[in-house]
Write a protein that binds this ligand. Sequence first.
Ligand code: B12
Ligand code: SF4
Length: 337
Amino acid sequence: MAPYVLASQLEANGFSTVVVDFFTKKENFFEYLSHFIDQSTLLVGISTTFLSPFCRFFDVKASRQVAFNNYQSGFLWANSEEEWLNWIQSLRSLLSQKAPRAKIVVGGTKATKFLAKSELSKGIDYLALGAGDASIVSTTRAIFNGTEPVTKLLYGVPTLAEAVLKNQMSHCPTTIYQSKWAIQERESLPIEISRGCIFNCKFCYYERKNSVRKNVSVLMEEFQRNYDLFGTTSYSFTDDCFNDSREKVETICGAILKLPFKIDFTSYARVDVAVKFPHTADLMVEAGASSLFWGLESFHPEAARKAGKGTPPDRVKEFLVTFKKSMGTSVLAAGPS
Ligand code: B12
Ligand code: SF4
């Protein structure tokens, strides 16, 4: 999602962008990229949110391979840190030949790994922490004007000073998908519904305790626009917890049901809201939920309560059984991996 939403911000501020999705899977990536960059290129941004950094404890080659095949992650950072360093050096040398003004900025949820191990930042110009919606625009503008973006050194890494958590923003910004980003006819797209989660589960590493929701009419305009331009009817909701309240499900699903076409979507969901208000689960399916990841955590009452999910396990099981019976194969329901 991040590259599309950040590129939307840049476009809205007058900068032209190219998004290369699934880039780790591109053969001859640097040759491919060379067609999109030239003397006027100001910034190459890399989103780490869904990159797979090398992980020592996950060191059994066979199982690593299975995991990569499943996620189609490609080979950039997964097998070793050298892989990442070599990749970034290749990018650097391409930029110095073809786009000497361009700076490399790395952001996304795995950006903090560069602080934990600063040698990984060799070759990058700036690290971005937190939401990049404003900082990507101000950084690009600074490069355009020939000035230095405001940074601070964190563990020796030049880091953009402008850093805000996603759930502390004043709004969830819109994403305007562009034809020039090579969106395919009827391609399934990610879409932001909100950022952050209102709950506060003890173990959770998401941005908790607050959620910033996209304006519902802006969201409906996005669905309509994507349908008109690309025929899109299939979505991944990038929402930490879609059904965090009865009102949210009713508002968003109610609006989706008024669209002049049907969509299907996949999303994260929380089981206790559905246990308390079973009609919200039905409404999600009616609005197009074709697969739901239910956050169950534990059927051990004490463990579940301590984690912050206190609905009695018997009621959770009863809900899941009834849901499965009534929905049959119309929705795929999965627990956490
Ligand atoms: C939706 C989601 C999914 C969906 C994705 C659907 C899709 N089509 O994209 C699904 C269910 C498939 C999924 C799967 C997994 N996920 Co997930 N997922 C999320 C979730 C909830 C939202 C991600 C998202 O797109 N958000 C919206 C975008 C806009 O946010 P963002 O990427 O953070 O971008 C912002 C900033 O980070 C920054 N930024 C990002 N990139 C860049 C680049 C530049 C240049 C700049 C300046 C800034 C910048 O600016 C952006 C806008 O503010 C996050 C939790 C979260 N709150 O972020 C977890 C999260 C990304 N997932 C996570 C994990 C672990 C996984 C899995 C490995 C789970 C598993 N064990 O199977 C898999 C991996 C899949 C893969 N291929 O790698 C972790 C990653 C942990 C970490 N620290 O790295 C997260 C952070 C949740 C967590 N805290 O545990 N996930
Ligand atoms: S409901 Fe889900 S996303 Fe929200 S705090 Fe709990 S585990 Fe995290």
